[in-house]
Design a protein around this ligand. Structure first.
Ligand SMILES: Nc1ncnc2c1ncn2[C@@H]1O[C@H](COP(=O)(O)OP(=O)(O)OP(=O)(O)O)[C@@H](O)[C@H]1O
Length: 244
């Protein structure tokens, strides 16, 4: 039997206690099939980032369970969880979070080396990934020598470096102009077409329009969960002004 890429059951994260108790994520159930591009929207503070962190093992839930490709992750030891994050989860952030002292290529090589693979393998993977994000000619540039859109494409290459089970992106286009947003969405579409599972937290309707499925959150809960089959092309077409 094949497993869902992501499964969560009564997943919860609370902060504080008593009168001050805050339910950042309030007992949500979620199943994301392999290869789905899921967008999560909702007002500021509704728990989107927290949800993403729980799914990727960046934060531990205070209740419920999470599985990645059938493996329960909320009960893993710190050591096992760190290993899982390094090898099986790719994160993309709004502010890129590249290592400023390293070149574009070195930023992509780093997680491959940290996962215990060889220099040779790191270089091989980096070459392929830079090509995939269209930045082979920027390999030796420092992040400060790249545009915002180029930095985010390097960050995506880095997130993919260990061939993750899931790619989790938190406002990936939040700092980008329309042209750079389009480039990033194009890469996400290509990844999706290749079977990559993606969960994207966004405030941007244009990003959500390219997803297979849209979940709307409020106060830590899912208030809507809609399949958007067949809208990818329209979403991208609209973005580059092909539609009136
Ligand atoms: N470490 C923490 N301690 C206390 N409260 C927290 C902590 N982390 C998050 N919260 C609260 O949990 C709620 C959900 O936060 P979260 O960052 O997940 O929201 P969000 O939907 O991603 O918001 P935004 O769109 O502004 O990024 C917020 O009310 C936030 O203030």
């Amino acid at each position: 039997m094949s497993h869902a890429a992501i499964r969560a059951c009564a997943l919860a994260k609370t902060h504080g206690a008593g009168q001050g108790l805050l339910r950042a994520v309030d007992e949500v159930d979620l199943e994301v099939p392999q290869g789905q591009l899921l967008a999560v929207m909702g007002p500021s503070g509704c728990g989107k980032s927290t949800l993403l962190h729980l799914l990727g093992g960046l934060e531990r839930p205070t209740g419920g369970q999470v599985w990645l490709a059938g493996q329960r992750i909320d009960t893993l030891s710190e050591r096992a969880l760190a290993r899982l994050r390094r090898r099986s989860v790719g994160f993309v952030f709004q502010a890129f979070h590249l290592v400023e002292e390293l070149s574009a290529a070195e930023n992509v090589e780093l997680p491959v080396l940290l996962a215990g693979r060889s220099w040779r393998e790191a270089r091989r993977r980096t070459g392929l990934l830079l090509e995939r994000v269209g930045l082979s000619d920027r390999a030796r540039h420092l992040p400060s020598q790249l545009s915002g859109g180029q930095r985010q494409r390097i960050a995506i290459a880095r997130a993919l470096a260990n061939d993750p089970l899931v790619l989790l992106a938190d406002e990936p286009t939040g700092n980008l102009d329309s042209a750079a947003t389009f480039e990033v969405l194009r890469i996400f579409q290509e990844l999706r077409a290749a079977g990559q599972t993606l969960v994207i937290v966004t405030h941007d309707e244009r990003v959500a329009a390219t997803a297979d499925r849209l979940i709307s959150m409020r106060d830590g809960m899912f208030v809507d969960d809609t399949r958007l089959e067949g809208t990818h092309a329209r979403g991208l077409g609209g973005l580059i002004g092909l539609e009136g």
